[in-house]
Design a protein around this ligand. Structure first.
Ligand code: AMP
Length: 299
């Protein structure tokens, strides 16, 4: 496994792969890796084919963190991450520094405008977050130049916005969205789960509990978006978390249902547990892919 600590080294490795006619599957991460990240590596390996190569980036991108957020304390576990990636059969790891990614500073640079999907939910709660995400992902794609990029359904709004970025900016990369990996009790794996103490870890199941309830509740006669929201909020609050949002949404427009849920629906939740912000989501109607695309049943 090649570790490329500079953009020059990554580009050189990439050029050799291109010269050999090899396709690249790319998994961008912020490190502190867990089984969710590794599932993306396995999916990349499976889809890019035996002659393909898998590249993982580890970079805690400062421009996607707000001033009050956890940039400084975000877990950094590079040695353990590299061991996990080697065991998972990754071909190359890209570990750039801030100075390499933002040599002209972070403030007065050209950035990607995330568009309308970037103004709601996490876009509204975390101003500038998706601008930072889109900008760094486009930079990483320009350096790694993969054929496919693999991301998690866990960050549902993120993958939706990045899919729009690839489409609207004609970036020749296919985005593959992979299902969320969970603990046995349903908690979605996240690098931020390591902030939770034992009590909070117990409470954190509230997000999955609300989504699981919502999925069943959709079959209740007379169910509306407003009733769904009320029920989800109640479940999360009863466990002692502070709800930021918890509702059923249209999977592509991210507009919340208020009246009858008469179309495709994804449940999206964000809640604060202690001082840790957690997010999760689940398709609530049967006809959705992990990326929120509506599949028409085979005739
Ligand atoms: P992060 O390191 O948090 O930026 O995540 C890197 C990638 O891993 C993103 O595409 C995430 O959506 C994905 N990811 C994070 N948690 C999970 C999970 N529990 N299951 C599947 N993918 C995940």
């Amino acid at each position: 496994m090649q570790v490329c600590a500079t953009i020059t080294a990554m580009r050189a490795w990439q050029a050799v792969s291109v010269a050999e006619g090899v396709k690249i599957g790319f998994v961008p991460t912020m490190g502190a890796l867990h089984e969710g990240h590794i599932s993306l590596v396995h999916q990349a390996r499976a889809q890019i084919g035996p002659r393909g190569r898998v590249v993982v980036s580890i970079y805690v991108n400062p421009t996607q963190f707000g001033p009050q957020e956890d940039l400084q304390k975000y877990p950094r576990t590079l040695d353990a991450d590299l061991k996990l990636l080697k065991a998972a059969g990754v071909d190359a790891v890209f570990t750039p520094s801030d100075a390499m990614m933002y040599p002209h500073g972070r403030e007065d640079i050209l950035a990607v405008e995330p568009g309308p999907l970037g103004t709601v939910l996490d876009g509204a709660l975390r101003p500038g977050h998706f601008r930072g995400v889109c900008t760094v992902v486009l930079k990483l794609l320009n350096i790694v130049q993969p054929a496919q990029m693999f991301m998690g359904q866990k960050d549902y709004q993120q993958q939706l916005i990045l899919r729009a970025m690839l489409r609207d900016l004609d970036v020749p990369v296919e985005l593959v969205t992979c299902p969320t990996i969970r603990e046995a009790d349903g908690l979605a794996l996240s690098s931020r789960n390591r902030y939770l103490d034992a009590t909070q870890r117990g409470q954190a199941i509230a997000l999955y509990a609300a989504l699981d309830w919502a999925k069943g509740a959709l079959a209740t006669p007379g169910m509306t978006g407003t009733k769904l929201t009320e029920g989800m909020h109640k479940i999360i609050q009863e466990r002692g978390l502070t709800v930021q949002y918890a509702s059923g949404y249209h999977p592509q427009t991210l507009v919340a249902y208020t009246g009858p849920i008469d179309g495709p629906c994804v449940g999206l939740v964000a809640a604060v547990c202690g001082s840790t912000r957690l997010i999760d989501n689940m398709p609530l109607t049967a006809n959705l892919t992990p990326g929120g695309e509506i599949c028409t049943p085979a005739a």
